[in-house]
Design a protein around this ligand. Sequence first.
Ligand code: SD4
Length: 301
Amino acid sequence: SASGARVVSTWDFGVGANQAAWKVLAAGGNALDAVEAGARWAESELCNHTVGRCGNPDRDGVLSLDASIMAGDGRCGSVAALSDILHPVSVARRVMEQTPHVMLVGEGAQQFAVQQGFERQQLLTPEAEKAWREWLKTEHYAPQINAERRGRPGDKDNHDTLGMLAIDANGQMAGACTTSGMAWKLHGRVGDSPIIGAGLYVDNEVGAATASGVGEEMIRNAASFLVVELMRQGLSPADACREAIGRVVRKRPEASRTLQVCFLALNRHGEVGAYALHRGFVYAVCDAKRQDALLDSSSVY
Ligand code: SD4
């Protein structure tokens, strides 16, 4: 039975990702398989501009993907700046399981993926290419807060990374993160999502955290690790996320006015909380009771 199991994800499309993960949990599967399935759903089924095959490219027109996966016992793997591979999260899992390493980047990551049987394919959509050509006219780089939700299609949702956290019926936890990063980033730029401790951190003893938004702020603050450590000190998931946002603001008060940073946390008891620097962040929760919950960042589940 899947009682006690729960999966949570960033953003509204997290509902769909959760349901893909829930199929695994409901069948008695483990948290690690569940988050991989959820992230794969986002990478291939979803078409937004910040995850997987429909992502916007970097400033040179290259779609470059970042992903990570972590189990609550400390196993982890990630890939950064990976091109032409549909499922970076699964490559990250292979890095974790088939190599003595944690992280592979760029050409080496792609070479490894191909050796592992992943197919090279052109992913950039005509729509993303068109958006990039449009962007080239100004080359103005200014990530906007929840841009699409505010109806500013010119700088479409730079904040729609999938971060997913799960606990299975055996109390084992896992998390995954997958993204195409910030649109129009410098070629070679790596965000927080593939950096263990920044975009994702999971510890069975305490809980798990993930992040979305401008990754530089998460890296600066080792943010997902920070959220987990704050929970270890006794804070609830929501309070830990709020405190971590406070840290981001204190470090860069000026920048914090215009950048979005969002945290989502799940503790080992299954309690969920989130917090974001600015309005607009939502997260999805799925368990045996309800498979389609979508909550505002200030609500606790
Ligand atoms: C990044 N954190 O690459 C990612 C972008 C993101 O929702 O979260 N988008 O910085």
